[in-house]
Design a protein around this ligand. Structure first.
Ligand code: 2HG
Ligand code: ZN
Length: 479
């Protein structure tokens, strides 16, 4: 990096003028009316402040922006679609952090159906990336509820998981190459497309999941899969979480390569969706628990319906499943998926909630749910448990909704009690306190308990080596 004096100039107007020179008028927002949507997170947990939102148009501009901010000793907060569940992309309240939005960098640079790769910029929405892959005869096997808004840069920076982890892994498992602007303003051009490249530290994996604390991801090369020729979706009503697990075991033993999603929903969460989301209908008889199973295959001859029948007929007979609906059309498939994907929104509209994005070994999911239900009721009578999520990979959103007769503020004041109650059970089951949403601004205080000792020490040393002045997304991830 060129000449960069270590002089913390807190001359914000001069910095903003420099930023305007770099990105032009189109790339800079300073009016609070224009910056407001960048300073609040989706859950409305945080209302930050910023003197400016910078919207660079290319990687060179991102690098120049970072260099200018570092010269002024001013921190930056990278932001994609701003769909974080843990406040990972909102600036603090001190009003001195510059938000760097990648939204204008939204080009898909290349898709190669032979190499099965897509090279794309950070501001491409996940949905747009999926659509382009499908048009090229491929599948981008990453699907999350916020995919219409979430952008690739944020998806990678937070190592998003979602609905296909059971089959294809998390975002991290799809990354072959990255382009990153480092905290000193250098550009690391690592957009390699290689399946084998065994050359020292795997740098790209350092930035995936770092939540923008080590640099800004500006572009990536992701692995694609062949486009499925067949997809079948079933919604099953089940009597218990144990029955859901039994079903999972059956499907994963029968043909693990076909199970593209195995999603769990509770009757309570389903009721919220049906009540609050217009146009949703339950196609099965009501039940205390549901699972959504998606089977997919690139093989023409795969008979996924036969797989469903082979497993679900006996399950219906022995009561493991009480009712089942197989989607008969693309529209029905979308309608069933909507019941699952609107869970976060349904819960938001019902009232205040405390989220616990936890994971445990898949075999422990029923025990997790049973213990949490008892502990929660003891902690706060009337609290409503709304668990849902990616049962096939052990990631349950073990969320709680305020008791019907309790004030939202009184309920939210107990958020740490609820999170600690869940945390104790999850720790006992050898799980994680954040399975896919990351740490952000909400959970750094948990890091010493869960990742303390040598692990957190190594993380701090990496942070200090790459970002010695702590200017990249401060207050996120590390306590
Ligand atoms: C999902 O799986 C998202 O729908 C949101 O990860 C989870 O709202 C949540 O807790
Ligand atoms: Zn999820």
């Amino acid at each position: 990096m060129p000449d960069m004096p270590d002089t913390p100039i807190q001359d914000m107007p001069a910095l903003i003028a420099t930023l305007r020179d770099i990105v032009g008028d189109r790339g800079l927002l300073t009016d609070p009316a224009d910056t407001a949507s960048y300073t609040e997170d989706w859950r409305r947990l945080y209302q930050g402040r910023t003197p400016a939102v910078v919207r660079p148009a290319n990687t060179a501009e991102v690098a120049a922006v970072i260099q200018a901010c570092v010269r002024s000793g001013v921190a930056v907060v990278p932001q994609g679609g701003n769909t974080s569940m843990v406040g990972g992309a909102t600036p603090s309240n001190n009003g001195t952090e510059i938000v760097v939005s990648l939204a204008r960098m939204n080009r898909i640079r290349a898709i190669d159906p032979i190499d099965l790769t897509v090279t794309l910029e950070a501001g491409v929405t996940l949905k747009a990336a999926q659509t382009s892959a499908l048009e090229a005869g491929c599948l981008l096997p990453l699907s999350i509820s916020s995919e219409g808004t979430a952008q690739i840069g944020g998806v990678l920076a937070t190592n998003a998981g979602g609905n296909n982890t059971v089959r294809y892994g998390n975002a991290r498992d799809l990354v072959l190459g990255l382009e990153v602007v480092l905290p000193d303003g250098q550009i690391w051009s690592g957009l390699r497309r290689l399946r084998k490249d065994n050359t020292g530290y795997c740098l790209r994996q350092l930035f995936v999941g770092a939540e923008g604390t080590l640099g800004i991801i500006t572009a990536a090369v992701l692995k694609l899969a062949p486009r499925p020729r067949q997809i079948e979706v079933a919604l099953c009503a089940v009597p218990s979480a144990e029955a859901a697990l039994q079903l999972y075991t059956g499907f994963s033993r029968h043909d693990p390569s076909a199970v593209q999603s195995f999603e769990y929903m509770s009757g309570t969460g389903m009721d919220f969706v049906l009540r609050h989301i217009p146009g949703t209908h339950l196609p099965t008889t009501p039940a205390p628990h549901y699972v959504l199973i998606e089977l997919a295959s690139p093989r023409e001859a795969a008979d996924l319906r036969a797989s469903f029948e082979a497993l679900l007929m006996p399950a219906l007979e022995d009561g493991t499943v009480t009712d089942v609906v197989l989607a008969e059309s693309d529209a029905q498939r979308a309608a069933i998926w909507r019941l699952r994907e609107e869970h976060a929104e349904g819960q938001k509209r019902e009232g205040a909630s405390v989220k616990n994005d936890v994971s445990v070994p898949v075999s422990k999911v029923p025990e997790l749910l049973a213990r949490a239900r008892i502990a929660a009721e003891a902690l706060m009578p009337g609290i409503r448990m709304v668990p849902f999520g990616h049962m096939g990979d052990g990631n349950i959103h073990l969320n709680f909704e305020q008791p019907i007769d309790m004030e939202a503020t009184a309920f939210l004041a107990r958020d740490h009690d609820i999170m600690d109650m869940v945390g104790d059970i999850v720790m006992d089951l050898e799980g994680s306190f954040s399975a896919e949403h990351g740490v952000g601004r909400l959970k750094p205080y948990m890091m010493p308990t869960w990742r303390g000792g040598a692990e957190l020490d190594a993380m701090r040393k990496i942070k200090a080596a790459l970002d010695p002045r702590g200017l990249m997304n401060p207050g996120k991830v590390l306590p």
